[in-house]
Design a protein around this ligand. Structure first.
Ligand code: TRP
Length: 334
């Protein structure tokens, strides 16, 4: 890795089927950023078990997600792609940071409140301390930047608070990370309820375009996308369905929403939906081909996994040892 570049860390969970929203809103930006920064892109499988998972399914999805990182175009030689569970420093630092995080702070996390309401039968301690593990992820790598969506901003804020608190006591141990809010950070909404974010956990399969959907399915879902009775292709909040379709088209073609409006002015919704569907197919097809190709190459994937873990472990352990020393753990005897 290049020592002159700043460090960037981000992670995604391997739960649910990944959607077009994950790709256009996050992953595609990760690829661009990977040229400019030293990036650690993690498959955060330890976060996933804060809600109950089927083991075989989790393993499969974690591998699919890592494959997707590669298929999207992240170069594993220049950056680091790895599984969180392969680097034990995550869990170890999380423990230490737990002792520097207040119950009250964690109780304020809106994601905790939402998830606790959704999984009322399994409000476990891991779900509660989820943001502390996330803080450990970021701080282990002394990340300068963290690309996150709005929904994760509160977790990034608490990460900064924990780091500042720790530095305040022990001196400059952690780099204080900044959020990186993508310029074009397209926020893709549900095709069925365009007021809601397109989500991998949506129960209605027509609401989301999954990254592995075949062309027919994609076209069908766009045909069924909820619009309105205005009959005009305008980019405005009063027409959330159409606005979302414009956003999708605009994200796929790099055309500004204004230009998309102009391009389709006077045309019908049916025609527009078809055009959006076609562009999405043309963006996803090469990605799907690449995923298929990579999935067949077990040796290559395994090499990436092994090297990624080694590299991440090296950097993470350095920070962990420093922290352990600061808090007063006895020195290791070699
Ligand atoms: N909590 C994040 C999410 O669900 C995933 C995540 C875990 C993460 N650790 C991270 C994101 C560290 C950025 C940095 O989206």
């Amino acid at each position: 890795m290049d020592g002159t570049k700043k460090t960037l860390f981000s992670g995604m969970q391997a739960t649910g089927k990944l959607t077009l929203g994950n790709y256009l809103g996050a992953l595609r930006n990760w690829v661009t950023l990977s040229e400019e920064y030293n990036c650690f892109y993690c498959v955060v499988d330890e976060h996933s078990i804060t809600v109950r998972q089927d083991p075989a399914e989790l393993r499969k999805r974690a591998r699919a997600l890592l494959t997707l990182y590669l298929a999207a175009g992240i170069d594993p030689e220049k950056n680091c792609i790895y599984y969180q569970s392969h680097v034990s420093a995550h869990a170890e630092l999380a423990w230490i940071l737990n002792c520097f995080t207040y119950m009250g702070e964690l109780q304020r996390m809106t994601q905790f409140k939402d998830k606790a309401a959704k999984h009322a039968d399994n409000i476990n301690a891991g779900l509660f301390t989820y943001p502390v593990l996330m803080a450990a992820d970021i701080l282990l790598f002394q990340a300068d930047l963290v690309p996150v969506g709005i929904d994760q901003m509160q977790h990034l804020e608490i990460t900064r608070d924990i780091a500042q608190r720790f530095n305040g006591i022990y001196g400059d141990v952690f780099t204080i990370p900044e959020a990186y809010i993508g310029k074009s950070g397209a926020k893709i909404m549900s095709l069925q309820e365009p007021e809601k974010k397109m989500s991998k956990s949506d129960e209605n399969p027509n609401a989301s375009i999954y990254l592995l959907d075949d062309p027919d399915t994609i076209m069908r879902k766009f045909k069924r996308a909820v619009t309105d009775s205005e009959g005009s292709i305008c980019y405005r909040d009063e027409q959330p369905g159409i606005k979302n379709l414009i956003d999708i088209y605009s994200a796929c073609t790099s055309k500004a929403p204004k230009d998309v409006e102009a391009e389709f002015s006077g045309r019908g919704y049916g025609e527009f939906k078809e055009a959006v569907g076609e562009t999405v197919v043309s963006v996803l097809k090469p990605l799907q081909d690449r995923i298929e190709e990579l999935s067949k190459d077990k040796t290559y994937l395994d090499t990436v996994i092994k090297n990624g873990a080694q590299r991440a472990e090296y950097v993470a352990t350095k920070t962990l040892r420093k922290v352990q020393k600061k808090v007063g753990f006895p020195e290791r005897i070699r």
